[in-house]
Design a protein around this ligand. Structure first.
Ligand code: GLY
Length: 394
């Protein structure tokens, strides 16, 4: 009897997802109540030892995460009041669809906001905006190189006007895949596949750790160098960069069904998982010289947890899939603990993310994208537990 009980307990999921989602709704309620009437009004971060949000306008690369979080709150609660808020904050970003591309972040900005909005409502206005954004993003594609230009401006160490591509750019491909399957040009699909393939070739070292940035000759397409921007060193594994790779290649496999990408998603996941500290929340850079005293990056953990949950549903190797799912659940358990949830400290969901350590900005802070991927991962886990896909093909 005792053994039966132990066996049963071992199979009872530890994390109560609805408790954590209810917590997110409470925190979002507080954040929504504190938002200023005038713009900029998109919550971006709460800095370490502060309690109030700093706000940004629609051009900021993180502008889509607050509306996206609101869409997820709506998905969970089904309460029309959240739909109205999500709609209103998403609408602020509309000009991005029609202006000259400022940079590659259009996918983050518009797919997290309008993309989720369209998925949940089917609003044809959102579809129009998303299709226009995909065309705007495609203007940054360089066919000689085979990737999208991430930062169309001088950035230190990037040899402007040569072509730079950052690992984060993988996430923007989801918008292009969506557009190509929803009335946009087939060329958008080809751009996304070309970007993923070229990045796979040039952005990784033999051990599958990633460079943050690759600089290419914009005329010949030849790789000039791999460097860092937000990581510790050119040859280090910046935690969030690797998380973008895990998330990105999982999504590219979902959209293309090309097994090369599935295999690659596992390779970039395995090197990350193999080098994590015990609690599964990475230091901001896996090679930070002051580990174990280096700041953590909860955002990388949230992104990875969300990605691994999806990866676990796409794999034929059920044993390995179960390992990824277990790791993701463990990451979410740690993130849901008193050590990582903001609770009474501020109204974000999570503490302890690191935005740009070399610039000393957003170090050990609450940041909107950590919250976005945390709630996304919780919603995904809820689906995975009842055997549903986390995301239908676009
Ligand atoms: N895309 C910028 C970052 O991950 O910080």
């Amino acid at each position: 009897m005792r053994y039966l009980l132990i066996l049963l307990l071992a199979f009872v999921p530890k994390l109560n997802i609805d408790t954590q989602l209810d917590y997110c709704v409470e925190q979002a309620t507080q954040t929504a109540a504190s938002i200023p009437a005038a713009q900029p009004n998109l919550p971006r971060n709460v800095l370490n030892s502060k309690a109030t949000w700093n706000y940004v306008g629609y051009k900021d690369w993180t502008s889509g995460f607050w509306p996206g979080t609101l869409w997820y709150v709506y998905e969970y609660t089904k309460d029309p009041k959240w739909k109205a808020k999500a709609d209103s904050f998403s609408q602020e970003l509309t000009p991005l669809a029609y202006q000259k591309a400022i940079d590659h972040d259009l996918g983050f900005q518009m797919y997290c906001s309008f993309g989720n909005g369209y998925r949940l409502t089917g609003n044809p206005e959102y579809k129009k905006i998303l299709l226009a954004t995909a065309d705007t993003l495609a203007t940054l594609f360089n066919p000689e190189v085979g990737t999208i230009l991430s930062w169309p401006r001088p950035v230190p160490n990037m040899e402007w006007p040569q072509h730079n591509t950052i690992m984060d750019n993988m996430i923007n491909l989801e918008l292009l895949f969506w557009a190509s399957k929803n009335g946009g040009s087939k060329r958008l699909y080809d751009i996304a596949v070309s970007h993923a393939t070229t990045t796979m070739k040039n952005h990784f070292r033999p051990d599958y750790t990633s460079y943050h940035v690759v600089v290419y000759d914009r005329e010949t397409g030849k790789k000039i160098k791999g460097v860092t921007h937000q990581g510790y060193a050119d040859n280090s594994m910046w935690a969030r960069g690797q998380s973008w790779a895990i998330y990105g290649y999982t999504m590219v496999y979902r959209e293309t069904k090309d097994p090369t990408f599935l295999d690659f998603a596992q390779k970039v996941s395995d090197v990350y998982l193999g080098r994590l500290p015990k609690d599964l929340i990475p230091y901001w850079d896996f090679n930070a010289p002051d580990i174990p005293n280096a700041p953590r990056d909860a955002s990388a953990a949230a992104i990875t947890a969300s990605a691994l949950l999806e990866l676990s549903t796409l794999m034929k190797d059920k044993t390995k899939a179960a390992t990824y799912r277990t790791r993701a659940e463990q990451m979410l358990e740690t993130l849901s603990s008193s050590q990582y949830q903001s609770r009474n400290v501020n109204s974000a969901f999570l503490l302890h993310s690191t935005g740009h350590k070399p610039n000393n900005s957003e170090v050990d802070a609450s940041i909107n994208y950590a919250d976005y991927y945390y709630i996304e991962a919780l919603l995904r886990l809820k689906k995975v537990r009842v055997g549903k896909r986390v995301q239908a093909p676009l």
